[in-house]
Design a protein around this ligand. Structure first.
Ligand code: ADP
Ligand code: MG
Length: 379
């Protein structure tokens, strides 16, 4: 550990009363927008091992060795690592409460992180979860074969099926929130900091609530002036590049399908070998990026679904857009001698169904898991 991180860990341990009785931090494993996450040994588990190891019946197995050796061996085998998420004190109490409460509801899937316990000392809250060994996405996203990508996506959609069945939207599906162990082909979904419960099912109220569909306001040399239309507000929490079109168009009733879109963006990243694939800092630019791929016609239809209009004067945005196959061919510089393989084509057929601009037609997690691409793994 570098001295700065060690100092940070020492400071944290000293500031949190009695935490060192329970855990010994060994390293810092991650840092997000709202937290720092540390890898730690669960000392209570360790104590449990001490007692267990002194048990006479167990000791028989190790009779030729000293007690010290026995203890060390037991510890090595049984040491339990946890991830301690230190949620920044600047997060609102409601936000922290929401994250912990949802985590508590989400126990029971091997692809979704579970909460072991949580502590508060003064204004500081920490969540303790099992530690998952994983590889940094940037180290493997260009290397995975199609069958490995299938296993990754199966793991991710299994997590989403579980979460969505509880009517919870994750809202922040992206590689850093899905910890993947390539060796074991297993992934675990983490970070429910932005997650929320889905509002009652029903039609998207975007168009209905606002009466007559909005009259298009022609963009005469820039943004329309004196725009009389009421402004829209909607939850747009998430990460740039992974937001679904209905989030960008400020749909008031977003569904679990926003997570499917983000999972599709991850698949597009694998196939195009470009990360991040979409990268616009603001929503308008993100809509433009999307339009560059999908074309004006589909963007207009999607906007209308959410009571919005889509108009642009940018000449590079074509009416019909491009197929995702073409996008992947361009991104990976294919030539006639190096065409897309049949496995890649199968992946692209599936990709089209997860990246449907119309959330109603987009696959659900259950449908994705029943799709041939995720049921028949391998060529
Ligand atoms: P944030 O809300 O700040 O994004 P996350 O819950 O996403 O926090 O955690 C940040 C990072 O910490 C993750 O991207 C990951 O690298 C690491 N991390 C989180 N939970 C675990 C865990 N259970 N096991 C191992 N590493 C974890
Ligand atoms: Mg995160």
């Amino acid at each position: 550990i570098c001295p700065e991180v060690q100092e940070e860990i020492d400071e944290f341990m000293a500031s949190f009363r009695k935490l060192d009785l329970h855990y010994k931090i060994v390293s810092k494993t991650g840092e997000g927008t709202f937290s720092s996450v540390y890898k730690a040994i669960d000392l209570r588990y360790d104590n449990y091992i001490n007692e267990w190891d002194l048990d006479e019946r167990t000791a028989e197995y190790y009779s030729p060795r000293s007690k010290r050796q026995r203890l060390n061996q037991a510890k090595e085998k049984k040491v339990k690592y946890v991830a301690i998420k230190k949620i920044y004190v600047t997060s609102s109490p409601q936000r922290i409460h929401n994250e912990l409460e949802l985590l508590k509801d989400l126990t029971g899937s091997k692809n979704v992180v579970s909460l072991i316990t949580a502590f508060r000392h003064l204004d500081q809250v920490i969540a303790v979860m099992p530690y998952f060994r994983h590889v940094d996405f940037r180290d493997y996203f260009k290397k995975l074969s199609i069958s490995e990508i299938q296993l990754y996506m199966r793991s991710l959609f299994t997590a989403l099926k579980f979460v969505h069945a509880k009517n919870i939207l994750h809202r922040d599906i992206k590689p850093t929130n899905f910890l993947y162990d390539c060796a074991k082909s297993r992934g675990v979904l983490v970070d429910f900091g932005l997650a929320e419960r889905e509002e009652n099912e029903g039609v998207c109220p975007c168009t209905r609530a606002r009466g007559a569909p909005p009259k298009p306001v022609a963009p005469v040399g820039g943004y329309p002036k004196n725009d009389q239309r009421p402004s829209k507000r909607a939850n747009r929490a998430g990460t740039r590049g992974f937001r679904a079109p209905e989030v960008l168009f400020k749909c008031a009733r977003q569904t679990t399908k926003i997570d499917i879109w983000s999972a599709g963006v991850i698949l597009l990243t694998f196939l195009s070998k470009r990360f991040p694939f979409f990268n616009s800092p603001d929503d308008i630019d993100a809509i433009i990026e999307m339009a560059t791929v999908f074309g004006r016609a589909k963007m207009r239809a999607c906007a209308a679904l959410h009571g919005a209009t889509f108009e642009t004067g940018i000449p590079t945005i074509s009416e019909k857009g491009h197929s995702l196959s073409r996008i992947v061919e361009w991104a990976t510089s294919r030539t006639k001698g190096d065409p897309l393989s049949s496995e890649e084509k199968r992946a692209l057929v599936f990709l089209e169904k997860t990246l449907d601009l119309d959330h109603r037609k987009r696959l659900s997690a259950t449908e994705a898991l029943n799709d041939p691409f995720l049921t028949i793994i391998g060529p």
